[in-house]
Design a protein around this ligand. Sequence first.
Ligand code: DX5
Ligand code: ZN
Length: 215
Amino acid sequence: MKPIIAPSMLSANFGHLDADIRMVNESTAGWFHLDIMDGVFVPNLSYGFPIVKKIKESAEKPLDVHLMIVQPERYIADFKSAGADILTVHWEACTHLHRTLHAIKNEDMLAGVALNPHTPVAFLEDIITDADMVLIMSVNPGFGGQKFIENSYQKIENLKNLIIKKNSNALIEVDGGVNLETAPRLIKAGADVLVAGYTVFSSKEPIKMIEQLRN
Ligand code: DX5
Ligand code: ZN
């Protein structure tokens, strides 16, 4: 099965956002990946509801929203209204993760949980059947264009084994440092969704790059 490619709009050119949205619409990408940062959970700020709504207006594919914020449960309904189809919260940011994932599902969105590079897959043992997706961070969250952390391959394999063991339907998404060198190994390890920011938007032919990542 070919993976879903989710271009990260963090690396888009906000001076001509419409053109970049159109490019993703016309490509074989499956989703738009939107990174929300609060300057507290991660040492960076990105964008908020106005940009999510703006992308939703022209996007012809689902919006995969990755919340790198503390207390994400406060904003679940707001992200639904802004246009999110998939909402991912960080394991490290949720005291009541079970409640939060079900609150996301109750808003008719797919519920994802993200793990920082230092957080073991084993911590998902008792929540994996409640999640629609697990996002493995293969860089420390906060910035695009960082170097891929090699241990991520092993984490994907561990996660795949846990999903099989628990009979879960969760998708495996990988985020950070995805390029033509890491993508084939990630797919082989079991990744279903590849997020790519720098690799797509720094390419002279982004549509072709998306197709190459997919293959
Ligand atoms: C990082 C974000 C990523 C980022 C990926 O905190 O979650 O989605 O945009 O960037 P690249 O693909 O450039 O490593
Ligand atoms: Zn992301």
